[in-house]
Design a protein around this ligand. Sequence first.
Ligand code: PMV
Length: 363
Amino acid sequence: MHSTDFIPQPFTRDASRGKITWQAPSNIALVKYWGKKEDQIPANPSVSFTLDTSRTTTTLEYAKKEIAGSDADFELYFEGKKKEDFKPKIETFFKRIQKYCPYLTDYQFVISTENSFPHSSGIASSASGMSALALCVMSLERELNPTMTEVFFNKKASFLARLGSGSACRSIEGDLVVWGEHKEIKQSSDLYGIKYPGDVHPVFKGFQDTILLVDKGTKHVSSSVGHNLMHGHPFAEARFAQAYSNLDLLENIFKTGDLKAFIGIVESEALTLHAMMMSSRPYFILMKPNTLKIINKIWEFRETTGLPVCFTLDAGANVHVLYPEKDKGIIFEFIKNELVAYCENEQYLCDRVGKGATRIDQD
Ligand code: PMV
C-alpha cells in the first residue's frame, strides 16, 4: 500500500455529533526502533509485544461546525483537568494527519484522556495515547464511511498513530506486532504495524512483563531527539542491519519457543539501544545505578535457577522483566523479594501480553 491510499474519497454519509471511546495499550519492543527517516518512516523494522494493563483511555466528542475551520479545533482534558501543555503535540498530530483525514477541520472536538498507569511513572504514554486517539479518529471516519473493512480500519488507525508517535503504530492489535518492511515478513510495511504473521509457540502466549519503575522522572531525552542522534551516528548502518537480522532470527525463535535464543536477542537489543545513546554526539546515559543492579540480579538468578527470565529497556531507566506465564509464581517471588527494593518508592507495574485496543463505548 501507498500512503495516498489512506486519502479518503468524498463521503456519502454525514455525522453531526457524537462520542467515541477507545482504550489502547502500550507496547514493549523486542527489536527496537531507534532512528527514523522523514515522515516517521523507521530506519529499521521492529517487533513488539502488545501489553495488556498499561493503557490509555481516550474519549473523542465531536460536533460538526457550521463553517469548517482551517485547523482542527479541540479542547483537551487529562484526568478530568484541562491540559494546555499537552495540546501542541496533539496539534502537530492533527496537522500531520489532516491530509488523510480532511474531515477533521469540520468539527469541534473535546478530547478526554487518562492512563491506567500513574502519571510521571517514567512510562511513555505516547504509544497508548496516540493509538487511542487515532482509533477515535478512525471511528469517526467509519461513521462517515460505514462500508470500511475491519482490515482497512486497523491499517489506517496504525498508519495515523505512526504519524503521532512511531511506536504507537504497534499498539492497535495484539499480541506480537511488526512495523517496518522486512523481506521475510509478508505484508510488513514501513507505513503501519501488522500482526506478526508467522507461527508463534504457545510459550509466548501470556508472557509476563513486570515493569520496574527505577526512575519516575520525566525523560531526559525525548525520543525525537533520540532518533535524530542516529543521523550521522558512526554505528548507524551496522545497527540497522543488526535489527534486520535479529528480526530474521526471531522468526524461528517465535516458532520453536527457543527461550535461550529469545533472551539473547532481547537483552542484546536493549543494551544496543542504550549503547547507541552512549556513543552518539551528544551522548547520554539513561540507565541509573539501580538499572544495572537489577540487570545483574536477573543474570545471577537466571544462572542459578536456569529459569528463562530476561530484561528489556526503553529509552529510560525503567526495567521490563519478561518471563513465561508458566514460571510466574517463582519469578514473581524473586522480583518482589530481590528487585522491587531498587525501584523508586518500590513501585512496579504488573503487565502481560495483550490482545490490542478495544472500543469501550456503545456507539
Ligand atoms: O515512538 P517513539 O518515537 O517514542 O520511539 C520509541 C523508541 C523506543 O521505545 C526506544 C523503541 C521502540 O521500538 O519502542
